[in-house]
Design a protein around this ligand. Structure first.
Ligand code: DQA
Length: 142
């Protein structure tokens, strides 16, 4: 099984970026842990600060993977294109947010992605990615 993790803008700065909200661990470090935890699946990783690149990554991953874990970051709240891309593809997309977006600023309550994803995990830190993968695996092997 192959699962894609796709991260949006500024998530390349995890570990340095607002550590009180997003934690102290870099994503490179976390994904090493994640791959060790799931040795039997292939986990691809793509991060971009560019909206269209995220749309392309969703489309391309949908042709090669069985599930996608997507954190669209700030584009969650602005991007009809990313919401449309999630709606357009056939494989399950689980949306993950590290922070509890509902407990933050008002503008983060607007979300163009949740309604198109199979489900959303929010506020559980980096652990949300692991939980999303576990759910995708459970759908593959019920
Ligand atoms: C985020 C929440 C978004 O509101 C924010 O813009 C991010 C990260 C999260 O993972 O908590 O960049 O998606």
């Amino acid at each position: 099984m192959k699962i894609a993790i796709i991260n949006g803008p500024n998530l390349n700065l995890l570990g340095q970026r607002e550590p009180g909200i997003y934690g102290q661990q870099s994503f490179d470090d976390y994904i090493r842990q994640l791959r060790a935890e799931f040795p039997d699946i292939e986990i691809t990783y793509f991060q971009s600060n560019v909206e269209g690149e995220l749309v392309t990554a969703l489309q391309e991953s949908s042709r090669t993977c069985q599930g996608i874990v997507l954190n669209p970051a700030a584009y969650t709240h602005t991007s009809i294109a990313i919401g449309d891309a999630v709606a357009a593809i056939q494989i399950p997309v689980v949306e993950v947010h590290i922070s509890n977006v509902q407990a933050r600023e008002e503008f983060r309550k607007l979300n163009y992605v949740s309604a198109k994803a199979v489900g959303t995990i929010t506020g559980l830190g980096l652990k949300g990615y692991e939980l999303a993968i576990r759910w995708l695996l459970s759908k593959q092997h019920p």
